[in-house]
Design a protein. Structure first.
Length: 46
């Protein structure tokens, strides 16, 4: 006997979130972008 396993149509696709990003990464501009560089540092508001 074989079982057919199907995926639910209401289930969201699994997406890899990537590496974790810390506060220091954001403030210091250490977040990789899609072009191979890094994003600009964020201005800290507090």
């Amino acid at each position: 006997m074989s079982l057919l396993v199907t995926r639910s149509t209401t289930e969201a696709p699994v997406i890899d979130p990537g590496l974790p990003v810390t506060h220091d990464d954001i403030v210091n501009g250490n977040i990789p972008d899609s072009r191979g560089g890094t994003m600009a540092p964020a201005d800290q508001i507090r």
